[in-house]
Design a protein around this ligand. Structure first.
Ligand SMILES: [Zn+2]
Length: 473
């Protein structure tokens, strides 16, 4: 999965590493080092890349990119790249090193957020403040990872306190922290201080943490026997594994992700071995709304391709409607008091904190019935989406019965219905394959594609007759 883009009509590629060599025609920018933003960037890369200085160190260490090709840029400083383009990096408040980019030239002003978490202090950032005041941001390329999740995320500070609370409730347990490569290290630091114990991390992660300037010798160890606090890749955490670990000693896992953020998962599930704390490095829907309100862009482009459209209008859809209303007023030259009101921040069409919208978004997530299966759009999820959410997001595209129990007790009429549903999954999988071939030969199997195969296998094994080992290979 990739979450990068070529900017429309411009020779500028951000987190996009799939073009053939352009001999300097394209300008390449890197926002941060999560893998969904670096796919295709390897030691064989031959063109100049611009990024923050920490990203440069990480790209050299993690991806073995030729150091001579990566030019560091300072946050807040405007650089003239050539006659046509200037760029200013801005702190993205996502993970350490991550940056947004403001591109300026005769084409106008474009802001590319990359992955980011909007926060109140951003209204004081000189570059963003200037954009807001001048009201001339032409295009905002925005991280829409959580555009459909309506309820507020707790702050990262609150989430860290929640983690410590769970730890206090399990003083003698081994605790597994579900993390991505980088981005959750602040929680591990606090956990180490709480238990007065080092945190186990794999050698590769420790290498990254050293580059981040963390106090590695005091806080981390690469010997599992040294610690009862373990780093684990988010997607490695499962009930099965936890049960196995509990046969050795009492163990719980804390998944640090907002990707499964339903209303219910903001509460601790004390009856489970796995806790989810919605520590998010992406903006919540209401934070996206605040960002849109503040910047008032003329156009909004999504960076992350999702298949959540069927979950109802998102905050970005609402902003698009708001823009359409303004355009319609301009087309008819209808500069009345009404249209003037619409173009203000307090627009009745678009509000930062629309309780009805947020309530409906939450209700839809809590809805017991999956939404009708339609659409064939490919799925490219950012690194914060774990399998739990893949299942949630995948549900609109998978027929209802496919998510229910196996079919051993079905009548023949019901079996016909089920076979039709199986057929529709197969058609959906086939259309995915078509799309991969058209879109991108590089990826044969997406997560969503594999997910569908697993659903098919799990629920229809008696019919599909596919031996387990064949799917798992
Ligand atoms: Zn990221």
């Amino acid at each position: 999965m990739t979450n990068g883009k070529l900017l429309t009509g411009l020779p500028i590629a951000v987190d996009f590493w799939k073009l053939p060599p352009s001999n300097g025609l394209y300008l390449y920018f890197l926002t941060h080092l999560h893998t969904d933003h670096t796919k295709g960037l390897t030691s064989t890369w031959t063109e100049t890349i611009y990024t923050s200085s920490l990203n440069r160190d990480l790209a050299i260490s993690m991806l073995k990119v030729n150091p001579e090709l990566i030019k560091p840029l300072e946050i807040g400083v405007s650089y003239k790249m050539n006659r046509f383009v200037s760029v200013t990096p801005i702190d993205a408040n996502h993970i350490k090193g991550s940056v947004m980019y403001l591109f300026e030239g005769s084409f106008g002003r474009l802001l590319y957020t990359g992955d980011f978490r909007w926060c109140e202090s951003m209204i004081n950032d000189p570059v963003l403040k200037n954009l807001s005041e001048s009201k001339d941001l032409n295009v905002l390329y925005i991280d829409n990872t959580f555009e459909h999740i309506g309820n507020e995320f707790p702050t990262r500070e609150q989430c860290t306190l929640d983690v410590l609370k769970i730890m206090k409730n399990h003083p003698y347990h081994r605790i597994i922290f579900g993390c991505q490569t980088i981005g959750k290290e602040d929680v591990l630091l606090q956990a180490s201080l709480e238990r007065k114990e080092k945190v186990y991390v794999p050698e590769t992660i420790l290498k990254c943490y050293r580059l981040l300037g963390l106090p590695c010798e005091e806080i981390f160890t690469t010997d599992q026997a040294d610690s009862l606090l373990w780093f684990e890749k988010l997607n490695q955490i499962s009930q099965f594994d936890l049960k196995k670990k509990n046969s050795e000693m009492p163990t719980i896992a804390i998944k640090l992700t907002a990707s499964g953020l339903l209303y219910k998962s903001t509460k601790f599930k004390d009856d489970e071995l796995i806790f989810t704390v919605p520590y998010s490095n992406h903006s919540s829907a209401s934070e996206l709304a605040k960002c849109l309100d503040f910047l008032q862009p003329g156009l909004v482009e999504r960076i992350v391709r999702t298949n959540t459209q069927k979950l109802g209008l998102s905050v970005i859809d609402k902003f698009h409607s708001f823009l359409a209303t303004i355009k319609a007023a301009e087309m008819t030259d209808d500069i009345t008091s009404d249209s003037m009101e619409i173009s203000s921040f307090d627009s009745p069409v678009f509000k930062s904190q629309d309780p009805d919208y947020f309530y409906s978004a939450v209700s839809q997530f809590q809805s017991p019935m999956p939404i009708a299966p339609t659409g064939t759009e490919d799925t490219a999820l950012s690194e914060d989406m774990d399998e739990e959410l893949l299942l949630e997001l995948g549900s609109p595209r998978i027929p209802v019965a496919a998510q229910r129990s196996p079919l051993l007790t079905k009548t023949s009429g019901e079996l016909d219905e089920v076979l039709t549903e199986v057929n529709s999954i197969v058609i959906s999988i086939s259309s995915d394959i078509d799309q991969f071939e058209e879109d991108d030969n590089y990826y044969i199997y997406s997560d969503a594609f594999f997910e569908k195969l697993m659903v098919l296998h799990k629920n229809y094994q008696p019919f599909t007759d596919i031996p387990t080992h064949k799917l798992m290979e």
